[in-house]
Design a protein around this ligand. Structure first.
Ligand SMILES: *Cc1c(COP(=O)(O)O)cnc(C)c1O
Ligand code: SF4
Length: 357
């Protein structure tokens, strides 16, 4: 561990000490601290403009009293991972690819996290569980791609990453290894040569999907970490969550997407925020999201445009938000067609928190 990692702010008191939170606000946030993990690494703390009450970086990572308000539509497992988990740590929802949740920790905790009920509350999947998950992958020849997620898989030790990669190298039907991570921006030091070597030991085509929401997150050290991944042969993709008060304007998203393509990263997904508990203040109405996306599609080249998707609650999968998959229903709400053509009702509850959790 480097000194920089040790300086991660992990409590309200630490945030007060770093002058990121007024002392007077701390008492009202104790309930949030007790319920959800807090971590603001030094690189992210340094990006926050303390003079700006609406700072888009602060909004993503500093606890907010509204996190204890929930809406009736919100869920503990908003995208239904559990419904498609054949063995612990593995999610097999789409035929040709699986998620492997290698660790439950992240270098930074996003206040809107879709796995906020679990992240930071346990450590890594143990060696026996990893072995069982990879036995499942080996036994299912339809699995073409293994996606390491979490938590943040780059928070796993190089040794654990190498174990997974070595095992994958012997599974010939798996051709792609993908890593979903926020580490290049949240904790660039995690993109170490040891971890790159470990991932390469799989001998698979390597994809890395970066979670990034605001152009300011792409600071110099982050760019260096991304270049290292590219140097190791990884194809880079991005995932952005469309968040009220962070990036819900066309200009910010345009800048973000252009910066990404300039860095050789293909903008992949723009996610509508999931119905995670205590996150209503981050959600915007789907109709507003569609307006923003239409403007973005008009202004950006095709290769700079991510797909705008909604993960249907209950484990029914991702659907495009634009186009015919979603229809506004008279009297409110949306009728969503999942990938099997079945209609699902989606309740659009943007900003409508009302019940204490
Ligand atoms: C999003 C997701 C994937 C990856 O889907 P892609 O469209 O390939 O990025 C895989 N499994 C699950 C369960 C997912 O939610
Ligand atoms: S990096 Fe991803 S898994 Fe970790 S807290 Fe943020 S959204 Fe959740």
């Amino acid at each position: 561990m480097t000194g920089a990692r040790d300086a991660t702010l992990r409590s309200l008191d630490a945030l007060v000490g770093a002058e990121l939170l007024p002392r007077a606000e701390a008492p009202a946030l104790r309930g949030v601290e007790a319920r959800y993990s807090i971590a603001v690494p030094p690189q992210m703390a340094a990006l926050i403009d303390r003079a700006d009450p609406n700072d888009p970086i602060a909004r993503q990572f500093l606890p907010d009293a509204r996190e204890l308000d929930t809406t009736p539509a919100e869920l503990g497992d908003p995208i239904g991972d559990d419904a498609h988990s054949p063995v612990p740590g593995l999610v097999h929802r789409y035929r040709d690819r699986v998620l492997l949740k290698l660790v439950a920790v992240c270098p930074v905790y996003c206040r809107f996290c879709f796995r906020r009920e679990t992240v930071g509350k346990s450590g890594a999947l143990d060696a026996a569980a990893v072995a069982t998950a990879l036995d499942y992958v080996a036994a299912h020849e339809e699995i073409f791609e293994v996606i390491l997620t979490g938590g943040d898989p780059l928070a796993a030790s190089p040794r654990r990453l190498r174990e997974v990669a070595t095992r994958l190298s012997a599974i010939s039907h798996v051709k792609l290894l993908r890593v979903h991570t926020r580490a290049p921006t949240a904790a660039p030091e995690l993109v170490s040569q040891e971890r790159l070597d470990a991932l390469q030991a799989a001998g698979k085509r390597l994809y890395v999907a970066l979670h990034v929401n605001h152009p300011r997150e792409l600071f110099a050290d982050a760019r260096e970490a991304l270049a290292k991944l590219q140097g190791a042969g990884a194809q880079l993709l991005s995932q952005t969550v469309l968040l009220s008060g962070v990036n819900d304007d066309v200009a910010t998203l345009e800048t973000l997407m252009r910066t990404l393509v300039e860095l050789g990263i293909k903008p992949y997904y723009l996610h509508h925020p999931d119905l995670a508990k205590g996150t209503a203040h981050f959600r915007l109405p789907l109709a507003r999201g569609r307006e923003i996306y239409a403007a973005l599609a008009q202004n950006l080249s095709g290769h700079a445009l991510p797909r705008y998707v909604l993960d249907l609650p209950g484990g029914f999968g991702k659907i495009p938000v634009e186009g015919p998959h979603l229809e506004a229903m008279p009297g409110g709400g949306w009728s969503a067609r999942d990938r099997f053509g079945t209609r699902r009702v989606y309740k659009d509850d943007a900003g409508r928190a009302q019940m204490p959790a």
